[in-house]
Structures are given as C-alpha cells and as structure tokens.
Design a protein around this ligand. Structure first.
Ligand code: ATP
Ligand code: MG
Length: 580
C-alpha cells in the first residue's frame, strides 16, 4: 500500500511541545524506575492507583481543577474537581466498607457512564478491592457469567439495568449486596439491596485507606470476545506506571489539556485511558454518557474544547461514512492531537483525518492483557500510514516464529513482548493454565500476527486465528479490508478464509456500503476488479457478499469468527459481546 509518510515538523514548531521530543534518545535512557519517581507512592513501598490518580494531586494547584467533565445523555452536565473526586471516592469506599468489602474482594459496576461509576471504581481501589467495570449494554447472561467467574461480592448498578438482569442474583451465591444508583428513576429496596443516595451520602468523606502494594490486584477486565469466550485479565496496582507513562508520552497529555477518551470503562481502554492515564497526569477528562452519532460526538468536542481525543477505528469509519462535510459544520479547532486503538486503523482513515480535521490519526496497539499501550505513533515521530508505530520506550517487542525465535526483519510472524512491564496482566482469573500457555521461550505471545520494518515500525497483519492460507499464500485480512474501504462505495469490510478443496482457503469479503450505493452484481464485479488491481489475483477476494452492517463486538471490533461461522453454518460460539 503506497501511502506517503506523514512527516512531522521539528518539535520546536509543534504548538504544544511534545512530552517525548526525541524517540531514539528517550528510548535509550528510559527506565521504569524513573517513571516510578514521578509518582508519589504510599509509605512502606505502597502503591495505589486511586491515590496516584486523585489524592496525590490534593496538595498541588490541581486540587481545584476539573478532573471530570461529565455530559449526560439528556444534555445535563456536571463537573468534579480532583478534590471532589477525592471526597466522593472516599465516601464510596466507606460505603463499600460498611457492606463488608475487604481487600481482594471483587466489586463490579454495571452502570451507564455516570459519575458514580468513577466514584465506585476509585472507592473500591482505595479499599484494595478489585474493580470490575461491565458495559451497560450487556444482557443478563453476559453479566451473570462475569459475576460468577469473578465471584463478585458487590454489584453497583442502576434501576433500568437491574430490571434487565435481576433474576440472575439467585444464581450468584457470592454476590452479597446490590447498590442502585437512582439518578433518574426510583426503586424499592429489599434485603441486601441499597440505594446509593441513602448508603453513600451520609458516609464520612475521610477515609483510612487500605494498604496496597504494587503486586496487589486492582482491576479485572474481560477481553472483548472477538476471537472467542472472553477471558478475565487481572491487573495489579503497579499498572499505574504504564498508564501514567503512556498517557504522558503517547497521548501526550499536558496539564492544560481537555482530553476525551470515547471508550466505555467496560473495555480496558475506558479504564486505563478513560480514568487512570489522564488523572494520574492531572489532566481534565471528558465523559460523554450518550451513544455515538457523528453530530453528538462533534458537539462534545466543540462544547468542551477538547484538545486530545482518543477513539477507535470503528468510530472513525462511521465518521467517514457521515462525511467530511459533517465534520466541517462544527468548530473542532480546539483539537490538536488524535489517537486510535482497538483494531487496525486503515491507512485511508489516517488520511481522512488529515482532510477532515487537519490532523492525522495516531494509531497505537495494545490488549486487555497488556494493560497499557505498548506500540504507538507519537506526536514527534513520522507516521507511516497503516503501521501501528514503534515500541514504547521500556518495552521490547519482536516478531517470533512458532518456536519462539526472532524472525528476520520484514517477515511475518507472531507479535511477542518481553514480559516484565509494569501493567502486564498477572493471570487470567480462574484460568492459570491458559495464562501460562501464552508464554514461549521467554516471550509473551500476543495472538496477533505482524511484521516489523528496518526502522522498527510494526505492521499488523491479523489475529493469528484470522490469517488466511490461500494457495500457499498467507493473507492477513487487514490488508484486504483496507483496500476495499478505499473504494468510495465501501463503509466497512470483513474478510475471512473460506475452505476450498484446491486452494485450502479462498479469500471471501463481506462489505457494507455507504448510503446511496446499490448492492448489485455490477458493484460486486467492480469491487473484485478494484481489489485485484491493488492486491493481485492471489490475495484479492474471490467472493464478496453485501451485508447491511458487519457483526461487531460492543466495543466495535469486526467479529470475523462470526462471519466465518455463519458462512459455514457452524455454531456461533460465545456471542455475549456481540452488538445488537
Ligand atoms: P478476545 O481476546 O476476547 O478475542 P480482543 O482480543 O478483541 O478479544 P481486546 O483485548 O479488547 O480483546 O483487544 C486487543 C486486540 O485488539 C489486539 O490483540 C489486536 O488484535 C486488536 N488491536 C488493538 N489495537 C490494535 C491496533 N492498533 N491495530 C491492530 N489491532 C489492534
Ligand atoms: Mg485478545
């Protein structure tokens, strides 16, 4: 794919001087110990994420600065300073303690993106409990499985969501108490059910925090379920070093930034970068409770004068579908820096950012398991569109073969990371053998396939499960999908390998179209020709089907395994994270 490199101006010419000015020299001198020194820690080698995000700012001028700018889905808004975040998280902690929550207990939240979600997570962390945020669109089975697997002791939820799942309580012997946040509706109580307002508001705002150390569990997150049944990745308090450093050097957060991470805390991005990254850096973070639409998102940026924006390829593709003209109707001049994560960012999307916002999108790569960004594009480093960028200083990544040996530059293999970075998951909950199976020859094997070029830029090929073997060629779905979405008619593309007696597999694509295009045989032929011209006949799709939209996880990832199961008439497997 022949996209030109996006060359960055010298750092003196960048309006806000990047926190990372010289990648190569920073990489040589970086140590995690230096990062640790920028945080405050707790007496006796203690470390607590909530303390680093909130309480450590109280003795500084940040105390009365807005930490959380909340925009409700009904158009109401609220703002909380760091001091107010401390006040409310202390009260939440005391409330949880009054229910018997102790260090190590799991406290789950199943809430819309309301302020109480954030107070509860920090309250739980201050008690040394393990916080588990769940996405509010989940159905009863998805919630039941996660609460059962984690053995959650308390669930904080809200009346409409509770109405959806209340009957699962009888199957959850570990779930002792349910707390309801009644912002918009009232609710009756019953034994072991509490109303947030009654339980929390009279609590003292002074808290005796539990002592936690770097290796104590902090949060657990279930993976997105893109390739199979979601796994519960358990993280520790030391992860804050990773959140802090990456929010500083990759997201480039500065004190004066108004930052917006569009991810829900039910996915690791919404926790690591919707809370921990920005707040440990003392930045102001916007939370928008409402759902996606191009106009509502642009309105949020315009209203709050968002400067740094962290979003996902699926959202970018939807904004592209809404068109550059829609973007131009809003005053988005506050934006200075845009990042993306979650799926491969098609090069076309990087270029579209330049046209629509005058800014390129900066892709970065990580997983629920890695806890923080590990491969990234940076404000001061040139972008090669289609590449995930270069490794975070302090991280060693490589492409390895099936025996765990490093492969020559440019060759495709398994993306692997040298274990030992602070935010690495410490286990899959209740599944130690699966955790251990992810390590080989001294590497953590990510499950993604990639290449690295001579300058250290990593190029995503596909998930190991999704790579297609056709007539002796290994084809990554991303490459084919990226070409298809360059065609003006195509909004989204998902590519699979379909078993074939001769070629082993043939490449089959599923596409959804932009408004105004007709799904017919003529367009199908045109798309196949278009892809052949760019990719060659061996790699271009042999078959294309049109779908109104592609099956995606609730976090917006294309579920190729479902496309394949449906194509072959096989069981669909775990669909707990499938979007409606
Ligand atoms: P599951 O593990 O349950 O199948 P998942 O892997 O989608 O779900 P997450 O941990 O949310 O769960 O996502 C991490 C994965 O997302 C990565 O392993 C990778 O496949 C993909 N990903 C994330 N960022 C990028 C990126 N910038 N480019 C390409 N792929 C990415
Ligand atoms: Mg995964």
């Amino acid at each position: 794919m022949d996209y030109p490199t996006i060359v960055k101006p010298p750092t003196e010419e960048i309006a806000v001087r990047p926190n990372l000015t010289d990648y190569n020299s920073f990489r040589r001198t970086f140590t995690w110990d230096d990062v640790r020194k920028e945080l405050s820690g707790l007496p006796g080698d203690g470390l607590n994420i909530a303390h680093e995000c909130i309480d450590r700012h109280l003795g500084t001028p940040r105390r009365d600065k807005a930490a959380l700018l909340w925009e409700g889905k009904d158009g109401s808004s609220e703002s909380y300073t760091f001091a107010e975040m401390a006040h409310w998280s202390n009260k939440a902690a005391n409330a949880l303690r009054s229910l018997g929550v102790e260090k190590g207990d799991r406290v789950f939240v199943f809430l819309d993106r309301v302020p109480e979600l954030y107070f509860t997570v920090f309250g739980a962390l201050k008690l040394g409990a393990v916080a588990g945020p769940l996405f509010s669109a989940f159905g009863p089975e998805a919630v039941r499985e996660r609460l059962a697997d984690s053995g959650a002791k308390v669930l904080v939820t809200q009346p409409d969501l509770w109405a959806r799942i209340h009957f699962i309580w009888q199957d959850l012997p570990d779930l002792k108490d349910v707390v309801l946040v009644c912002r918009r509706q009232q609710h009756e109580t019953q034994p072991h059910m509490h109303l947030w307002q009654a339980l929390v508001e009279h609590q003292p705002d002074h808290l005796k925090m539990e002592r936690t150390g770097p290796e104590h569990y902090s949060v657990m997150h279930y993976t997105s379920g893109t390739t199979g049944k979601p796994k519960g990745a358990a993280h520790v308090h030391e992860a804050i070093l990773g959140h802090y450093a990456t929010a500083k050097y990759v997201l480039d957060l500065h004190d004066e930034d108004v930052y917006w991470c569009t991810a829900d805390p039910g996915w690791v991005t919404g926790t690591s970068y919707g809370m921990f990254g920005p707040w440990s850096n003392g930045a102001t973070s916007v939370v928008y409770e409402g759902a996606f639409s191009a106009s509502s998102w642009y309105s949020v940026i315009q209203k709050y004068r968002v400067t740094v924006w962290y979003t996902a390829p699926t959202a970018v593709r939807m904004l592209m579908k809404a068109g550059e003209e829609t973007a131009k109707k809003y005053d988005l001049s506050s934006l200075r820096y845009i990042c993306s994560v979650g799926e491969p960012l098609n090069p076309e999307a990087v270029m579209w950012g330049l046209r629509a916002f005058g800014l390129p999108m900066h892709d970065n790569w990580w997983q629920t398991e890695t806890g923080c960004i590990l491969i990234a594009n940076y404000p001061s480093v040139d972008i090669r569109p289609g590449s995930m960028g270069r490794t975070l200083p302090g991280i060693e990544a490589a492409i390895i073969d099936e025996n765990g040996n490093e492969m020559p530059t440019g060759e495709e293999g398994d993306l692997a990371i040298r274990p030992g970075w602070p935010s690495m998951f410490r286990t899959y909950w209740n599944n130690r053998p699966l955790y251990e199976s992810r390590f080989k020859n001294g590497w953590y094997v990510t499950g993604d396939r990639a290449r690295v070029d001579a300058d250290g830029y990593f190029w995503f090929v596909g998930r190991a499960d999704d790579v297609i073997n056709t007539a002796g060629h290994l084809v990554g779905p991303f490459e084919v999908e990226s070409v298809l979405i360059e065609h003006p008619a195509v909004a989204e593309a998902g590519v699979i390998g379909k078993p074939d007696p001769v070629a082993m597999e043939v490449v089959k694509a599923f596409v959804s179209l932009k408004d105004g295009y007709e799904a017919d045989a003529k367009l199908r032929r045109e798309l196949i020709q278009f892809a052949r011209a760019k990719l060659g006949p061996a790699v271009a799709p042999r078959e294309i089907d049109f779908l109104p939209s592609l099956p995606k996880t609730r976090s917006g990832k294309i579920m190729r395994r479902l496309l394949k199961a449906r194509e072959l008439g096989l069981p669909e497997g775990d669909t707990s994270t499938l979007e409606d």
